[in-house]
Design a protein around this ligand. Sequence first.
Ligand code: BES
Ligand code: ZN
Length: 619
Amino acid sequence: MNRIFVYLLAFATSLLTSQLGASSFEKDWHTYSNYQQIVTTHISLDLAIDFDKKQLIGSIEHQIEYLDKNTKKLVLDTRDLDIHKVETFDGKNWQKTNFVLAKRDPVRGSQLTISLPSATAKVKIYYNSRPEASGLQWLKPIQTAGKKLPFMFSQSQAIHARSWLPIQDTPAMRVSYSADIQTSTSLRPIMSAKNDPEWKKDGRYHFEMPQAIPTYLIAIAAGNIHYQAMSKQTAIYAEPEILKASAKEFEDTQAMIDATEKLYGKYRWTDYDLLILPPSFPFGGMENPRLSFITPTVIAGDKSLVSLIAHELAHSWSGNLVTNATWRDLWLNEGFTSYVENRIMEEVYGKKRAIMEQALAVQDLKKELVELPKADTILHVDIEGRDPDDAFSGVPYTKGQLFLMYLEKRFGRENFDQFLRKYFDQHAFQSIDTANFIDYLKVNLINKFPGKVSMEQVSEWINQPLLPSDAPSPRSNAFDKVKQNMDAWLRDDLKLVKMPTGEWTVHEWLYFINNLPESINLKRLNQLDQQFQLTQSTNNEIAHAWLLLNIKKNNPVINQRLENYMVAIGRRKLIVPLYKELLKENSKREFTKMIYKKARPGYHPLAQGTIDALFKKTK
Ligand code: BES
Ligand code: ZN
């Protein structure tokens, strides 16, 4: 009897919260779609991948549901798409319908307005993407590991899905999807869906994603993609040349899943596979459901950079399960994910490493906070009128993480873990905005344990720039020792050969390089290089930190390595700070131009856009 009552109550509240959730969001400025009147619930794709034309060509079918019964049009987001024909289905017949494609807005793209005859249940659009699609990269064979076959992949977050799919491109709503994909028989396509490694390579593939996801998580790639299982739930997809090394580097992925389940509840997406992309992938990773997309630049040979995997996996809870309703709320995705990532690292690799990673992130954030426009250091940032990519920074990540670390400290780990677990559970497969979160936090944590944190303090974290004065400040003993050694060397009290660098991990090296005094002279830099071969480091993070420092110090010794690095890697986080530093000095402009001329054709449209803008800004 009691049980039934509890079930009924749970059912009623879930109905209530899901309805409240759907109707009480702030409007997403970055979509033109009329998602408050009518929503797509399922998408069926029928697409051919044409590498010669650099186009996806075919059709998309929307199954729609009316929130407002009087709605007579479906408004979708598009960018740089050619729309050939639109048809509607009323349950019996397909018929052609009218559509209008509006002028292109530089941020939001072109609004596509489709007329709906009465009783329309489905809408089918015949279209193709264009070669310049901002969400796709088309790679020549030479840009791949194997050098023989082409490769393509999508990157839809934040608002690039619309450059290859005419859709309601907002994280406020969710769709399931299925897809029929055609490609050359020498290539394998793969999607953020159920992937079957046994599929015959016959050029025709069918994908199903039965779980509802926001559109920015729809993803596709195709290339000479092979498969290697790592554990019952995890596998690598990659070009054969890097398959083995990837599987070795990321073999702890299952342990990461197990650790996260213990902390925050079940992994709800069946399998968790990694697709290792060519080095031009503009991000470290992208949390496409069931199949994270991963840069090869983290394959260091010693698992030193696998926090990236912990991060993308963590999105299976924060982001993919509970989704930011608008791009202003990105911190709900990335801040929570950075926090969960670090908790996973602590579980799997221990506290020492987790604290070092916190300390490095906070140092990076503090440097960034000085340079960013003040308004962009607010968690609930105002990005109206801007592409979310242009407001991208460490703030939603590390300030968001620090806020959760602060709550953890104030309320105690046990209470905070319970809170988070329930938060994921109660918002599973829903979107949430910052105001919804504040309400939830107030009821389920702040008021439940009175006297620990005030709503004013919460508001300071979320609505004020920079960091509150009582923000956590992670301190690593390991780094303190590195600093002591560094200081002793700089005082000439310790020889480099005597420094205990044999025991240092990549993290200690990064701390060392990042904290050398600005006044250090070239003689000392070159001493370090001779002793430790830093310019030639095969760890891409160490190489990045070292190159950045040497650009600042005008050390020409690194120039050739710098050029090779910039041409080989397209990951924005690793290359953009280097271009920025180079372009501060007018005397380095020609050199920088020379490098960029060689490197640019290999970069993703997103990276090209960012660096083009840097050149323009410094003109
Ligand atoms: N989802 C992000 C990438 C992203 C964010 C793309 C916003 C577009 C807009 C991904 O999970 C991410 O954060 N990647 C980081 C990883 C790092 C923080 C461990 C990256 O690419 O560097
Ligand atoms: Zn992320």
